[in-house]
Design a protein around this ligand. Structure first.
Ligand code: 3HC
Length: 314
């Protein structure tokens, strides 16, 4: 019996029929979706911290407004994704607990510090640029709620990337000190952005199965390569040098070759030893504890409304 259900399930995947929350699905499919969607949501929420650090220090009102809008968008993306994850039968409290106790990951990139204003531009250009590269294919993910959440997220990500690129374009036309600040920022963020796509395909334990289930439409290395090919030309417009001496156009491949990624650094940061890991989780736990009264007030109000309704119906 279970076999034919599994066959029917795979046939739906092969026929590009969306899987919805009430459909039968293999337990492993549900589990890997909870893993990926929850870590995606955690990344959005933790990702607010490095940028939020500059809201009060933005150089002018226009930049402040754009950054404020971006950080608020990230909060919305997190909520969207937590809601999509809850359709798989896991509670918000459980997901938050997994983040706070280190059981769940979030994107390594958010464990790096935002030292200068140029970092806000570089995050928009490179980090959101990498996120878009990875998230557009997720709009065609086989799991309905995740794919639908991605449509709105991707629309907002393109604004995030544009506002970041514009910050850098302004700096690239500024003083020598501003151009230096731009170059220093790209030097610090280029390789961590490359790591956002995950380990090489050969070292990715989840990719093959996620591709077979059309959760992933492209592999980590395919998306990383597209990202590199896109950034090289954009870097020329910014008159900035990408910190990779091995970056070179390969006519035969029709892509840019790039240098080796420091996977020791990647796994070290993923394991919790990055520059800001401890600070990020501490900040999240404090915010969660300080915000308990809001959750309590909202649920008290909801209970009151529900009991009022019940009396009216009775
Ligand atoms: N940071 C932290 N952990 C990472 C990682 C990264 N950059 N890349 C991979 N990993 C982890 C995986 O989670 C997995 O660990 P797990 O088994 O404990 O979950 C392990 O490394 C092996 O990696 P795989 O490639 O085999 O795992 P996946 O198939 O899940 O692929 C992924 C990794 C490409 C990140 C995939 O999970 C994915 O596409 N996730 C959705 C997109 C996402 O989460 N993006 C993060 C950034 S969100 C963002 O940038 C917001 C923007 O607004 C700024």
């Amino acid at each position: 019996m279970e076999n034919s259900m599994a066959d029917k399930f795979q046939q739906k995947i092969d026929d590009d029929i969306r899987i919805e929350p009430r459909d039968w699905m293999p337990e492993a499919y549900r589990k890997t979706l909870i893993r990926q969607i929850s870590q995606h949501a955690h990344s959005e929420i933790v990702g607010m911290l490095p940028e939020g650090n500059w809201i009060t220090r933005a150089p002018n009102l226009r930049r402040k407004v754009a950054l404020l809008a971006k950080v608020q968008d990230e909060a919305g993306h997190g909520l969207y994704l937590y809601s999509a994850c809850e359709t798989l039968g896991v509670s918000r409290d459980e997901l938050i607990n997994q983040l706070h106790t280190g059981k769940a990951k979030y994107s390594s990139i958010f464990n790096y510090p935002t030292i200068t204003w140029a970092d806000i531009g570089t995050i928009g250009w490179l980090v959101d640029g990498a996120a878009i590269m990875n998230q557009v294919p997720l709009c065609r993910c086989s799991y309905g709620p995740y794919a639908r959440a991605m449509v709105k997220v991707c629309k907002e990500e393109s604004f995030h990337q544009r506002q970041g690129f514009e910050i850098l374009l302004t700096l690239s036309k500024g003083t020598e000190a501003q151009r230096q600040m731009l170059q220093d920022s790209v030097n610090r963020w280029w390789w961590p952005s490359m790591m956002m796509f995950g380990p090489n395909d050969a070292d990715s334990p989840h990719s093959a199965q996620s591709m077979a289930w059309k959760i992933k439409r492209f592999s980590n290395d395919e998306l990383r390569q597209r990202f590199v090919d896109m950034c090289v030309d954009q870097a020329k417009i910014l008159n900035v040098t990408l910190p990779d001496p091995d970056l070179k156009w390969n006519e035969e491949r029709g892509h840019y070759d790039y240098g080796p990624i420091d996977w020791d650094e990647f796994w070290n940061v993923v394991k919790g030893n990055g520059p800001c890991n401890r600070d990020r989780i501490e900040t999240r736990v404090n915010a969660y504890e300080k915000g308990a009264w809001v959750r309590e007030a909202a649920s008290a109000y909801a209970e009151k409304q529900a009991s009022k309704k019940a009396i009216q119906v009775a």
